[in-house]
Ligand binder design. Structure first.
Ligand code: NAP
Length: 228
């Protein structure tokens, strides 16, 4: 099995996706800004502590991955964060923080990887994470900066898909509703957890997108909403 670069591997969703991809047989080059304590020790998992909002460090991480792993053919980019606030109440600094976390952390890796994927006949795949408010302003009106920064992810995927057309380079955007994570359960204790999306299901969707059948799909926006 090939190598996958995965960012946000130590997050709530990332930990589950990382375990799933390891079980499937992939080798993983993982990145997170904190520690890897929550991740399993595994000979096919290498964790790197890197602040992906820092362009130089992020590009250097991606370029090293490209040099070291000839079989690197996909990037699963899961880093993201959330903030409340309507448009009229959102400062430029707050907007920049959300764009940094949700867009630049992906964009910094996409640039070198896209160049690499476009240069090889096998191409390559990007799996990005959007959110429903990034597609639909009505559901994002109470979190403007978050929604706008996630909307940029859909546009980034669109540009990758235009550039990658006929070159086997594709971008898929996974769009979860509320993910059933310990953090969300703590923040919303009275919610109906059964309507949320188990992270294992998102891992399954990502895993399918990476299969030979999934590689045939184009311009994917995969809405993993369950009943939420
Ligand atoms: N949770 C939801 O209900 C939900 C719904 C829709 C979409 N999403 C999206 O799904 C993705 C995963 O969500 P989640 O709930 O798993 O989030 P999470 O638990 O907060 O995980 C975020 C991950 O991003 C990493 N990270 C943060 N800043 C970073 C930086 N500067 N450089 C490198 N890594 C950084 C974190 O690393 P550390 O752990 O080391 O800090 C962590 O691995 C996000 O893109 C989120 O927007 C989530």
């Amino acid at each position: 099995m090939s190598t996958i670069l995965i960012s946000g591997a130590n997050g709530n969703l990332g930990q589950v996706v990382t375990r799933h991809l390891l079980d499937t047989g992939y080798s993983l080059l993982a990145a997170g800004v904190g520690s890897a304590d929550e991740l399993p020790a595994h000979d096919r998992l290498k964790f790197h502590q890197v602040d992906l909002m820092d362009e130089e460090r992020a590009v250097s991480f991606a370029e090293k991955a490209i040099r070291q792993r000839k079989d690197l053919d996909a990037a699963v980019l899961l880093v993201g964060g959330f903030a409340m606030g309507k448009l009229a109440d959102t400062s430029k600094a707050e907007l920049e923080k959300m764009i940094g976390l949700n867009f630049y952390t992906a964009y910094h890796l996409v640039r070198p990887l896209l160049k690499h994927f476009l240069s090889r006949p096998e191409g390559g795949q990007f799996i990005l994470v959007g959110s429903r408010p990034g597609l639909d302003a009505a559901s994002g009106k109470d979190f403007f900066a978050y929604s706008l920064s996630k909307a940029m992810i859909f546009k980034l995927a669109e540009f990758i898909n235009v550039e990658g057309k006929k070159k086997n380079v594709t971008a898929t955007v996974i769009v979860p509703s509320t993910i059933d994570t310990p953090a969300n359960r703590e923040a919303m204790p009275d919610a109906d957890f059964s309507s949320w999306v188990p992270p294992e299901r998102i891992a399954g969707v990502i895993s399918f997108a990476l299969t030979p059948a999934g590689k045939m799909l184009r311009e994917n926006i995969l809405k993993v909403y369950n009943r939420a």
